[in-house]
Design a protein around this ligand. Sequence first.
Ligand code: PMP
Length: 399
Amino acid sequence: STLFQSVELAPRDPILGLNEQFNADTRAHKVNLGVGVYYDDNGKIPLLSAVHQAEVARVEAAAARGYLPIEGIAGYNKGAQELVLGKNSPLVAAGRVLTMQALGGTGALKIGADFIKQLVPGAKVAISNPSWENHRALFERAGFEVINYPYYDPATHGLDFQGMLNALRALPAKSVVVLHACCHNPTGVDLTNEQWREVAKVIKDTNLIPFLDIAYQGFGDGLEQDASAVRLFAELDMTMFISSSFSKSFSLYGERVGALTIVTGSQDESNRVLSQVKRVIRTNYSNPPTHGGTIVSTVLNTPKLFALWDQELAGMRERIRLMRRQLVEKLAQNGVKEDFSFVMKQRGMFSYSGLTAAQVDRLRDEHAIYAVSSGRICVAALNSHNIDVVAKAMANVMK
Ligand code: PMP
């Protein structure tokens, strides 16, 4: 018998499985709305101009590729920190904030999880119901018990706010609460600032550990606006974890660009926490890669490139909004009686469309349109060439 004889086949990732099925589909008019990626109006992943310019400059500089510090590029970390906490954060001035370059938002969550495991080994981790697929798996893998708090209410296509608050209030102190700071994945349903204020207060009063995951900053209402939940927690003077992902906002999925920010209670705590988190990084992958980090750092720290990036990000955001509006209009034009205006209230790349699993099956089998069985569609995969076909097919399966 070999070492691997008893290894069981792991279940395959449902979304990657969907992509494989899509790729194997030979129907020419097929559309994949199951993805988690922003596509432009031609159905392509864009290379942003700001990114391209930073990349050209980097190649021309013919820079050597030595090791980065364990915590990554200083300018990158400062840029990432300012995006979430703002340029004039008193917490930063007080030395209470540390930011470390990470391997995407996933890497930031994982470093944070490993550090919390060391700090509060028995903590429960609460994630929204539903949440990004990997939240549960990642925290379980880090050794935590993961539970759900109510979030999405299918009856209203909105938020189960009371359910959420009640569940948070009932958590034991020092439980970790994972929150989507904007553009909730998979539902597109976000909290209002008023609701954020109440949630933050409950988290503070119950002595919970907020872990704000921000993977779509700039896709909701704008870079500054989308950070308002983080800023609110900061104003309440709370210690917290923030995982940032630049995968979507820079369209740099494969470069693994993200950051972990930790707000501590004092400069002295910061020094000690940094030393421990560096140990977590060192024993995982030693230090982050240079290329993507340099590109993001250049864009964040060059005012002309930052302005260009902000503008390109606005272009992506507005195109998604347009697709939301057109989908709602075209569903009505195709005779759908139900009110789909909730799609326009949702934020970010995704929409919980309200389609049932059976309707999703019919979309795929009869119309070559692929969506997640939960009914999640990626609005950023809609474009002027496929939206008529999609709206017509959705109307058809809803009859
Ligand atoms: N958090 C959420 C909510 C996400 O949707 C994603 C990516 N889809 C991530 C984190 C991870 O981002 P990255 O690809 O940068 O690891």
